[in-house]
Design a protein around this ligand. Structure first.
Ligand code: SF4
Ligand code: SF4
Length: 359
């Protein structure tokens, strides 16, 4: 793997050059003090913020919260004189986009979405359009944020693969690791912004990565939770308790970088035309499993959150060999009922321990 040095003073000039060829997305602090991955239109006025965890993930850029899939209209002149609907696909614009300052967990979440939208459900042409021509410059987390547990999900705080370029803050400079071919092309095309990394910088990077692993404040037993679920130890009492606390808001699924459930509905625009729209859905919603005749096979009072946690920690391990929790901790800050991944894993482990001791 090639390594380089990028002086911090050269970052904005480099991004300025890159913005000629790419739409630029980065964590930006907005006027309300929130840091969100945002499209940058003007580098001079945008406040790129690499100190906070972006409140949202990259999910909306690849899988928008609401997306028109096609338009439809009544076709009265169809051959044979029959009236039918004609559908006109609306593919999203394919724009080369550079995602800068991406956290390791969010990069891993994009790779998880690739599994879902490219493999599990066949090729999703809408996702593919957003995903094509995307370049990722990630940044390792020297100081994991309070709710982060990516060390336990093995999705950070630094990446071993998946990035085009990975930066590590080593003081006045960024240590730059080159991953995929698109990253190499950037370094080659703008080589005067980069210098060769020496032994001192390599040591600084190693030290930063080592120290970061010791700075997590949450100890989350992800592997133990997976093992218990694999053994069939479903913590029914925990599901019941957490389901009662869930208020059906969908916030945990919407903030989660890997929740990809959706609904599709037709939105009429006139009497004989409209749009077919895909929107985010959430398994914690009461209506998620509701069927014809108002029958619901899931008891929403006691099992509302069960599907969510089993999906992340059991089903995805079985289907994809890994959890779909990236340890970003965002659901911890989101849920006002305290129903989040850390809470679930902690309660489950305590519950199992109590079962064993008979307490
Ligand atoms: S954020 Fe909390 S209250 Fe809202 S749906 Fe998720 S678990 Fe339920
Ligand atoms: S379940 Fe929570 S911690 Fe895990 S990826 Fe989703 S939002 Fe992040």
């Amino acid at each position: 793997m090639e390594t380089r040095i990028l002086h911090k003073d050269h970052l904005v000039p480099l991004l300025r050059r890159l913005s000629r060829n790419y739409r630029l997305v980065a964590p930006v602090r907005n006027e309300y003090g929130d840091t969100l991955y945002s499209v940058i239109h003007d580098l001079d006025s945008a406040r790129i913020d690499l100190d906070q965890q972006p409140q949202g993930s990259l999910k909306p850029f690849f899988f928008p919260q609401s997306e028109v899939l096609c338009q439809y209209a009544l076709d009265r002149n169809h051959d044979g004189g029959q009236t039918r609907y004609a559908f006109y696909p609306q593919l999203p614009e394919n724009r080369p986009t550079l995602y800068f300052g991406v956290r390791s967990c969010d990069m891993m979440a994009v790779m998880y979405m690739d599994l879902i939208f490219f493999q599990s459900r066949g090729q999703d042409i809408y996702y593919a359009r957003h995903r094509e021509n995307a370049v990722f410059i990630t940044i390792g987390c020297n100081h994991p944020f309070p709710n982060c547990f990516c060390n336990a999900t093995r999705t950070g705080p630094f990446l071993e693969h998946g990035y085009d370029l990975q930066l590590t803050d080593i003081g006045e400079q960024y240590f730059v690791e080159t991953g995929r071919a698109r990253g190499r092309k950037i370094v080659e095309a703008w080589s005067w912004f980069f210098s060769t990394a020496g032994e001192r910088e390599r040591r600084a990077q190693f030290q930063a990565a080592l120290e970061a692993r010791g700075l997590f404040s949450s100890l989350v037993h992800v592997d133990l939770a997976i093992k218990l679920l694999e053994e069939g130890d479903e913590p029914t009492a925990v599901f019941t308790e957490l389901s009662r606390r869930c208020q059906d808001c969908g916030g945990c699924a919407f903030i989660c970088p890997t929740c990809t459930c959706f609904n599709i509905h037709d939105q009429p625009r006139t009497d004989d035309s409209g749009e077919r729209v895909r929107t985010w859905d959430a398994c914690t919603f009461r209506g998620f499993t509701r069927m014809c005749g108002d029958h619901n096979p899931v008891d929403v009072e006691t099992q509302r959150v069960r599907k969510r946690f089993l999906h992340k920690l059991l089903h995805d391990v079985r289907h994809h060999g890994r959890t779909s929790c990236m340890g970003c901790g965002r659901c911890v800050g989101m849920c006002f009922g305290g129903v989040d991944m850390i809470r679930f894993i902690t309660m489950m482990c305590q519950y199992e321990a109590a079962q064993e001791t008979g307490e």
